[in-house]
Design a protein around this ligand. Structure first.
Ligand code: HEM
Length: 615
């Protein structure tokens, strides 16, 4: 993940049984919302293999267009535009040119209420309701079309700079990255990640990045690929059962559980087994994730209000969830430390314990301090960073595929011909070219997270605009990825825009107009891991099943935290493909043991393509 906090609006107390909707396929009129998920009731009805006409979605699309048109009209009417000062600005400008010191001009400027920074950053003044009415990056997109690549958004006393210009994003993220911190993000995430790698700045970040990046070496990623296959196979079994029983399924929560199971094994060799069980620890993880999400979208820091701190039952629940997770982490660290002490393996660059290839094992073997809070903070950070981001990518990929049957067909053809009857290996990652393009394109349309957060640590210049220190900045990846001048048919899901024989698109070869994993020294450390995870999951699922939106499911709408979620789940009808390849993990592992000793160059090639920034 990411900048990010976003987590899930996932009622942990709701059992898996109700999340995998135990509902037969029923008529449209019979949906009722239940605790954030949707229940169907009624009589079974048939479905087709093509795109299902869904009038409620069309209506929804119309409504969206109307809201956008209204917003554009409000922008055009000047509602958001702040009048530029006239005479005062010219006076200050003149004095500045005459050599009057900037301290004097600053005082004068405050006194007459004008700014001496020229040219002035375009300003949009918003009512918070305009932004809060929907996923906040959508109104930011409309404002960007009006105000351009950098503008200031002011809500009462608060103000943010919104950046949607690739050159300026590059300046902040890469060229002058030292002048920027994670700002409010670090403040919001402190309760769960402490000084973990995502919120950390300065020396702590530098030291920890150097310790963690080597843990995700080639041999580790290769070992992870077979684990992704095993975890996805468990999901396939769930879907098999649902398809046989003609039950519709809510895919967003299933993807969240799949990626939780994967990241638990990958980071500290713990099997949450959340696809099968609702254990206390799974509930604790979701309690903490939801809290981080609530904080990330709250206009005021309610968690700092003294009375709330002392008496809130919600906070008590969060604290006990954190206690449980930390206790589990302590146990895992102790177990792992014993293993490290007993083993005879020498630590080296590609060190990996075959029984426990986890990042934790690598860190302890490399000499990380077992008792340190920093180690726990980093483990927690990776658990969160690597979980909801990938889940969101899978959710939106399947949503997009359900809308474009021709893309799905092409994808299935590739997977059939490359994989045939077996689980993916590292060599397949290079061959599944169209699958990779589908994911590239899904990440363009639904970047996770849609905005990156920074704060200026010193005065700087963004393009032509001078800025002061302590500016809070949102870099809108959503806007960069949908810029109509940069992308033909920017809103269209079109994996063909990325040529199969071209390089894997990244921020460097796309000049910072495409940055699904960020860029510069703080680029995602899990980019290759996550790309392979998504490729394996997509390939295995589409090989076995057809997916389409469940008949009568509510329209899929977006909501925000740090990643993009649906408001009411991704309710799908899953049907077995007519000739499902009879693949089992056991059978394929027998055949695929060689994948562990995979050709290094396959990883090296892919690595070079996926990740440009390793520091
Ligand atoms: C498709 C899935 C993922 C996406 C889209 C994604 C995206 C991102 C982005 C955009 C950033 C940059 C944030 C910023 O500059 O503010 C980031 C950072 C990070 N990601 Fe990921 N990520 C994904 C998966 C993962 C996984 C699987 C892991 C762990 C194994 C991970 C660990 C991290 C960490 C630790 C950082 C912070 C790096 C630093 O600040 O030095 N991410 N991610």
């Amino acid at each position: 993940m990411a900048t990010t906090l976003h987590l899930h609006h996932f009622p942990a107390q709701q059992s898996l049984q109700s999340k995998i909707l135990h509902n037969r396929r029923y008529p449209i009129s019979s949906f009722t919302k239940l605790n954030g998920s949707v229940r169907f009731s009624g009589i079974k009805c048939s479905y087709t293999n093509g795109k299902v006409p869904n009038s409620s979605e069309d209506e929804e699309e119309e409504k969206k267009k109307k809201i956008r048109a209204e917003l554009s009209a409000r922008i055009a009417s000047g509602e958001f535009t702040v009048e530029k000062s006239g005479f005062q600005s010219q006076l200050l400008d003149g004095l500045s040119k005459l050599g009057v010191p900037s301290e004097v001009l600053d005082v004068l400027s405050k006194w007459i209420g004008a700014s001496i920074d020229y040219p002035k950053i375009p300003e949009a003044k918003g009512a918070i309701s305009a932004i809060r009415s929907e996923a906040f990056f959508i109104p930011l997109y409309e404002l960007y079309l009006t105000y351009g690549g950098v503008f200031r958004l002011t809500f009462g006393p608060k103000s943010f700079l919104i950046v949607s210009d690739p050159a300026i994003a590059k300046h902040i993220l890469r060229d002058n990255s030292k002048a920027y911190s994670k700002g409010i993000l670090a403040e919001i995430l402190e309760f769960v990640m402490g000084k973990g790698l995502i919120p950390a700045d300065g020396e702590i970040w530098r030291v920890r990045r150097r310790a963690i990046v080597p843990a995700l070496h080639q041999k580790y990623v290769t070992a992870m690929i077979s684990m992704f296959g095993q975890a996805t196979d468990r999901l396939c079994k769930k879907l098999d059962a649902a398809a046989c029983d003609a039950e519709d399924v809510e895919m967003e929560s299933l993807f969240s559980r799949l990626t939780l199971d994967i990241i638990g094994k990958a980071v500290f060799n713990y099997d949450f087994d959340s696809l099968t069980n609702d254990t206390g620890i799974v509930e604790a993880v979701y309690t903490v994730l939801r809290e981080a999400e609530d904080r990330s979208i709250s206009p005021i820091p309610f968690w700092e209000i003294p009375i709330w701190k002392d008496f809130s039952p919600k906070l008590k629940k969060v604290n006990s969830a954190l206690e449980l997770i930390n206790g589990t982490l302590d146990d895992l660290i102790a177990i792992c430390k014993r293993m490290v002490d007993e083993e005879e393996l020498q630590f080296h660059e590609e060190y990996m314990n075959e029984k426990d290839p986890s990042i934790l094992h690598f860190l302890l073997a490399s000499g990380d301090d077992v008792s340190s809070k920093q180690l726990r903070d980093d483990l927690m950070t990776m658990l969160i960073a690597g979980h909801e981001t990938t889940a969101a990518v899978l959710t939106w990929t399947f949503y997009l595929l359900s809308k474009e049957p021709s893309v799905m067909l092409k994808l299935q053809n590739e997977v059939d011909s490359v994989l045939g009857d077996r689980i993916p290996t590292i060599e397949d990652m290079k061959k599944l070219k169209y699958t990779t393009r589908v994911i590239n394109e899904s990440l363009r349309l639904y970047p996770q997270p849609p905005v990156l957060i920074r704060r200026s640590l010193e005065d700087d210049k963004l393009g032509e605009y001078p800025i002061k220190r302590d500016e809070d900045i949102f870099i809108s990846i959503w806007n960069l990825h949908r810029c109509p001048k940069r992308w033909e048919d920017a809103d269209k899901f079109n994996p063909e825009r990325w040529p199969l024989d071209g390089p894997n698109p990244n921020e460097t070869n796309q000049s910072f107009s495409y940055l699904p994993f960020g860029g510069g020294p703080r680029k995602c450390v899990g980019d290759m891991f996550a790309s392979f995870e998504a490729i394996v999951a997509v390939a295995m699922l589409v090989r076995r099943f057809n997916f389409q939106m469940a008949l009568g499911a509510p329209p899929v709408k977006m909501t925000t935290g740090a990643t993009i979620h649906t408001t009411e789940g991704l309710n799908m009808t899953v049907t077995k493909r007519i000739k499902p390849p009879a693949m089992t993990v056991e059978a394929s592992s027998l055949r695929d043991d060689s994948s562990i000793n995979m050709r290094r160059d396959a990883v090296a090639d892919q690595k070079g393509e996926v990740s440009a920034a390793r520091s």
